[in-house]
Design a protein around this ligand. Structure first.
Ligand code: ZN
Length: 318
């Protein structure tokens, strides 16, 4: 009988973002040596790329004021592709001087989020990117684009497809070939993700799209699968789910790397990462920082850890 199974990509590529997205959400100063210690642990999980820091103004995010030092001290991890977030030319120059080979640009999908975050509209922010791209080209450094609050904005609600199309078009005109769609405050739903990516892939066949999902409302894994169904294979995630939501203190952060890898591995999708090692590192990082950001693996453990069958009868409701 011919019921066709779900066809999905056979592999996914994960970028670990805890050293940027996770650390920047920590109020208490994490000493540089401790950041390096965590980055080295992360490097032992089989991950191939990492977003290591952000070259923002030290006053804007004091936690990442040691960006140069973090990059320089991580250079011995030569198997990992590092990228850093840069908000402007000055940040790009700092990142390049420190030895970063890939920059990530970030802007907000909506003007209200952009104005509150970057003090300019989305279009103005994007116009400011061309000198960054020029500088990067001059140094042989790659540049990726990203769009924050790409699906839902805490001020404006659902983000229209046309808005995203305009931003992707402008990125394309800058010569950028990959765009990360960030669900910064966890407002996306799987149908929306599936529909938006389907349209984007139709309009921009040469563009590589990646997903940056937060689990603020428990929809991140479902959204990842919806993206996979559209053939998207690049995902950001954060160890132990670090990286909270600025509008909801205590809420879940980024999709946890160990949860995403567990889901993929249960589905037979290869990530090249070691799940047991990831869970171990998640535990250690939680120990170092004193908390996690929401991780099912830390709570329940993986499917593969079976329990001993109890003697006699144990009645479990439901
Ligand atoms: Zn994020």
């Amino acid at each position: 009988m011919g019921m066709k199974g779900l066809t999905l990509p056979q592999k996914a590529i994960i970028c670990e973002v805890a050293p940027r997205d996770g650390f920047q959400a920590e109020n208490e100063w994490i000493p540089t040596e401790q950041k390096i210690e965590i980055i080295k642990k992360l490097a032992s999980t089989g991950v191939q790329s990492m977003e290591i820091t952000s070259f923002v103004h030290p006053k804007a995010i004091p936690q990442l004021r040691d960006a140069e030092e973090v990059v320089i001290k991580s250079q011995e991890l030569s198997d990992i592709k590092f990228r850093a977030l840069v908000p402007n030319v000055r940040g790009a120059q700092r990142a390049i001087d420190a030895g970063i080979k890939k920059l990530k640009l970030m802007l907000s999908a909506t003007d209200s989020h952009s104005l509150s975050n970057a003090n300019c509209t989305t279009e103005e922010a994007q116009k400011g990117f061309s000198p960054i791209v020029e500088l990067a080209e001059k140094h042989g450094v790659k540049v990726g684009g990203s769009i924050s609050v790409a699906f839902g904005c805490p001020y404006e609600g659902v983000v229209p497809q046309e808005r995203i199309n305009d931003i992707v078009t402008r990125y394309m005109n800058l010569g950028i070939e990959e765009v990360s769609l960030a669900d910064t405050t966890g407002m996306a739903n799987p149908k929306q993700v599936y529909d938006m990516l389907g349209k984007l892939k139709g309009i921009y066949p040469g563009m590589t799209f990646s997903m940056h999902l937060h689990n603020t409302r428990g929809m991140a894994i479902a959204n990842a699968i919806a993206a996979l169904q559209q053939g998207v294979i690049h995902f950001d995630s954060s160890i132990a789910g670090l990286g909270g939501c600025p509008y909801a203190p205590g809420a879940s952060g980024n999709i946890a790397t160990e949860d995403l890898v567990h889901t993929f591995s249960e589905m037979g999708i290869e990530t090249g990462m070691n799940l047991d090692r990831l869970i171990q590192v998640a535990k250690e990082v939680k120990g170092i920082l004193g908390h996690d950001g929401g991780s099912f693996m830390l709570q329940a453990g993986p499917n593969s850890h079976l329990h001993e069958k109890p003697e006699g009868q144990v009645k479990i409701e439901g």
